[in-house]
Design a protein. Structure first.
Length: 262
């Protein structure tokens, strides 16, 4: 399926919906989880180093474009030492099809050099050490910490920023505000995968120009209005009914042992 390029730095804020209640948040994320039980990043990588390189390359570029370039790059430079030895001039020919390739080639060369000098060629698992690397900001560090080190971080890109505001899941004026709201509002046990669920939902269903509400698993819990109708339908989709919880069994009332007055 084609995907839209990310513009992660300062996305414009969509109209923010009324915040979902705690119960609605729980149902919303559970619906995305049921629709995609094993979410994964779409970037191809084989270890923390190649993941870090792929995430740096993915800034303002689609994952598909990165995946077309990285197999040859990783064959030539499978680790930090080889990437540092390649240098910016050696890296550039592999990534010319990717946006901002000149700056990214410089960043990757410097990043690889620092990994060798400071970390013995390994990718550090601490936020401060990651963010000290060239081309690595908070969002990139969050992706690496989540995917490579299993930390409950939330990398807010343009998709997560939009979905969080548009639906009322975690409204916020900046990516950092949305990140903090999501970490606070989502059930802790969902934080490992929530970043993937929300990115993929924004990329393929809750799209920027026109959300595809008619086929959205979480529509019953979303505050966005009016919902987009299915193609060919003339009126906005009617509100999706929420599943009714089962009724508790009725208690049987025993006949009173007290005799009625005659
Ligand atoms: S109902 Fe529409 S606006 Fe709400 S999350 Fe689904 S696709 Fe997005």
């Amino acid at each position: 399926m084609p995907e839209k390029p990310s513009k992660p730095s300062q996305p414009s804020r969509p109209r923010a919906a009324k915040p979902l209640s705690a119960d609605e948040v729980r149902h919303f994320i559970a619906a995305l989880a049921r629709a995609n039980p094993n979410p994964r990043t779409e970037l191809q990588y084989r270890d923390p180093f190649t993941l870090l390189v792929a995430v740096v390359l993915s800034a303002q570029t689609t994952d598909a474009a990165v995946n077309r370039a990285t197999p040859a790059l990783f064959a030539a430079a499978p680790d930090a030492r080889a990437m540092a030895a390649l240098g910016a001039e050696g890296i550039a020919p592999f990534i010319r099809t990717i946006g901002l390739w000149q700056a990214k080639a410089r960043h990757l060369a410097a990043l690889a050099r620092l990994l060798v000098e400071r970390h013995g060629g390994a990718v550090p698992g601490e936020r401060d050490a990651l963010e000290a690397l060239p081309g690595v900001g908070r969002k990139t560090a969050n992706v690496v910490l989540n995917v490579a080190f299993g930390e409950a971080t939330m990398a807010v890109d343009t998709h997560i920023f939009r979905v969080s505001n548009r639906t009322g899941l975690a409204p916020g004026k900046t990516p950092r505000a949305v990140e903090e709201a999501l970490l606070k509002r989502l059930p802790p046990e969902t934080l490992g995968d929530a970043h993937h669920w929300l990115i993929l939902h924004g990329r393929y269903v809750c799209r920027a120009r026109k959300p595809e509400c008619w086929r959205c698993a979480a529509a019953a819990w979303c505050h966005f209005t009016p919902k987009t109708p299915a193609p060919g339908a003339e009126t906005p989709a009617a509100a999706t009914p929420r599943p009714t919880p089962p009724r508790p069994p009725r208690r049987r009332v025993r006949a009173s042992p007290i005799a009625r007055p005659r």
